[in-house]
Design a protein around this ligand. Structure first.
Ligand code: UT7
Length: 307
């Protein structure tokens, strides 16, 4: 069977500069208390002038490659999930090929599924690995979102942060179930120059659709929510995570949260959680994980496999 995947190793990178909620009190009419109670966010990381999206993607990728201990010439695919990179062309994935010294017979491109980008990338990589001659794919989620924020719009600018997460993925005979969903809707989240969002509309969509899709995917995998060790979810709002946990009748301890320190990093969010948990030794081989992303598009996606 070749439709399974295994995450061999992970890496993450965020810029050094921290923007606290108190910092935002000086920029827009808001308060640390409002942000904390409505979202769970305290800090987020912002790139400084001169720092790049590519630098973050590169550092996260290098950590994943180094920790995998693989020959990087065995990487046949590089996908970068992003909608906020340094430039549209060349792709971040193409530049990673050069910077990482990967061979030229690599399939490298960026993909945009907003906050579900890493998840859509995972499903893409699963298909690609089943026909690829090389055993490994490098999958990165990276966003320089601070450059897409209207710093006069308090309903969005306090939510997002910059960062990158990366994973080395290989084929596995242990099957994975991954479902990706798309519903074209420009009214809930639109990113032109800046991010615009109908926060409540997205909130309602997330708390309705995400648990439903998790249940569908778990049923397809033939396991119950009780058998899942970790729910690795997109970090948009602590209240969304609590609602998903409640719908699934699962304890919050299974839902690792880092939005308090990173905010919403869109496509980087799921791989950053995964990498942080991995660095902390919280993910054990053989454990069952569920990954869940949701966001603009609208897009939403759930995967389950054994770590
Ligand atoms: O990653 C993509 C997916 N995105 C999401 O999942 C986001 C989902 N949505 C959310 O997380 C929440 O809807 C938000 C955190 C964005 C907003 O929370 P909310 O509880 O839905 O607030 P709201 O939009 O209903 O606004 C309530 C009030 C409004 O004031 P009025 O009209 O009641 O006077 C807003 O103007 O809060 C006001 N408000 C703020 N007040 C202080 C909005 N932003 C702020 C702010 N500080 N930063």
């Amino acid at each position: 069977m070749c439709n399974g995947i295994r995450i061999v190793a992970t890496g993450l990178d965020v810029p050094e500069k921290i923007m606290s909620s108190e910092d935002f009190e000086k920029i827009v009419e808001t308060s640390d208390e409002w942000i904390r109670t409505r979202t769970g966010i305290k800090n987020r990381h912002f790139l400084c002038a001169g720092e790049t999206h590519l630098d973050m993607a590169m550092r996260a990728a290098l950590k994943a490659i180094d920790s995998a201990g693989i020959d990087r010439q065995q990487i046949g695919t590089v996908l970068v999930a992003t909608f906020a990179s340094d430039q549209y062309v060349p792709s971040c994935a193409a530049l990673l090929q050069e910077r990482l010294g990967l061979s030229e017979d690599v399939l490298a491109y960026d993909l945009n599924a907003a906050c579900s980008g890493f998840m859509f990338g995972l499903e893409s990589v699963r298909g690609i690995l089943s026909v690829s001659e090389k055993p490994y794919a490098l999958l990165v989620g990276a966003e320089a979102l601070s450059r897409r924020l209207d710093m006069t719009d308090r309903s969005t600018c306090i939510l997002f942060g910059d960062g990158a997460g990366a994973a080395i993925v290989e084929k596995s005979d242990r099957p994975a179930v991954i479902s990706c969903r798309t519903r074209g809707d420009i009214t809930k989240i639109l990113v032109d120059r800046y991010v615009h969002m109908d926060g409540q509309g997205v909130y309602k969509f997330a708390v309705k659709e995400v648990p439903k899709l998790i249940e569908e995917v778990l049923a397809k995998a033939g396991v119950s929510a009780d058998e899942v060790d970790h729910f690795i979810c997109h970090q948009a709002n602590a209240r969304i995570l609590q609602s998903v946990a409640k719908s699934l009748d699962q304890p919050m301890e299974k839902f690792y949260q880092n939005l308090q320190e990173f905010g919403n990093t869109s496509a980087a969010s799921v791989p950053i959680v995964m990498a942080q948990m991995n660095d902390l030794g919280l993910l054990k081989r053989g454990e069952r994980v569920v990954l869940a992303g949701f966001g603009a598009g609208l897009t939403w996606s759930v995967a389950t496999f054994l770590w």
